[in-house]
Design a binder for this molecule. Structure first.
Ligand code: IDP
Ligand code: MG
Length: 137
């Protein structure tokens, strides 16, 4: 069993599609092992995305991530990291395959509905960023 971190981003929480996105995970065998809705601070968002701090889109990404609440989750299941990335679709919703979360709920690359860890190692770090051990069950 693997665990990965998922975030339902501000565009999706504002559009009130939290339930529809969670349904994709549960329907496809990813169990919600932890979940909370939070408003990120600027320093939270900067720290979470610090790997991208040299990229031209970093400041806009941070601004976007604090523009409304987000839902953070630990998803658990077989091949959870890859399965979540497959369900999410490509970073740019315009390139995302039909039936993926980003194709169905996102407008553009800046506001693309969901985050998902891209490796098992990053998943462990990202889960630790948001959740304590006893919140995951
Ligand atoms: P991912 O979310 O599919 O893993 P990353 O490359 O890790 O994509 O980028 C993190 C986030 O930064 C993306 O989800 C997207 O919102 C934003 N982003 C990535 N590339 C661009 C870009 O070229 N322009 C604007 N925003 C971008
Ligand atoms: Mg990424």
């Amino acid at each position: 069993m693997e665990q990965t971190l998922s975030i339902i981003k501000p565009d999706a929480t504002k559009k009130m599609v939290i339930g529809k996105i969670i349904d994709r995970f549960e329907t496809n065998g990813l169990r919600i092992a932890a979940i909370k809705k939070i408003q990120l601070s600027e320093s939270d968002a900067k720290a979470f995305y610090s790997v991208h701090k040299e990229r031209p889109f970093y400041n806009d990404l941070v601004k976007f991530m604090i523009s409304a609440p987000v839902v953070v989750m630990v998803l658990e299941g077989q091949d959870a990291v890859k399965k979540n990335r497959d369900l999410m679709g490509a970073t740019n919703p315009k390139e995302a395959q039909k039936g993926t979360i980003r194709a169905d709920f996102a407008e553009n690359i800046d506001a693309n509905a969901v985050h998902g860890s891209d490796s098992l190692e990053n998943a462990k770090n990202e889960i630790g960023f948001f959740f304590s051990k006893k919140e995951i069950c």
